[in-house]
Design a protein around this ligand. Structure first.
Ligand SMILES: [Zn+2]
Length: 90
C-alpha cells in the first residue's frame, strides 16, 4: 500500500498531513477528491488554483519552487499544466 502524495507539492502525506476527520479534500477542484498536504491546504484554502499559484510565485518562493520542481517531472494533468502556465507568466 503506497502513501498518497500531495497533488500540489508532491510531499508524501503522513498521518500528520491529513486532518483528523480523514478529509484531505479541502484542495479539491470541482468536487474531485484530491490528496493535499496540510501546508498546501492551509495556504491555498478555497482560492482558485491559478490565483493561489500566482500568489505563491510572488510571496512564497520556497513552496512555489518545490511545486515547480515536482511538476517538472510530470506530464500533463490539469494541475501540472496550470503550474507550467503560471511559471511562464511574467
Ligand atoms: Zn503540498
Amino acid at each position: 500500500m503506497g502513501y498518497a502524495t500531495c497533488v500540489y507539492c508532491g510531499r508524501y502525506l503522513s498521518a500528520a498531513g491529513t486532518d483528523p476527520k480523514g478529509s484531505s479534500t479541502a484542495g479539491a477542484e470541482r468536487g474531485k477528491k484530491l490528496p493535499v498536504c496540510l501546508d498546501c491546504r492551509r495556504s491555498k484554502r478555497d482560492r482558485p488554483l491559478t490565483l493561489w499559484l500566482r500568489m505563491l510565485k510572488k510571496k512564497d518562493r520556497m513552496r512555489w519552487e518545490r511545486i515547480v520542481k515536482y511538476h517538472s517531472r510530470k506530464m500533463g494533468g490539469q494541475i501540472t499544466l496550470e503550474v507550467k502556465r503560471v511559471e511562464r507568466e511574467r
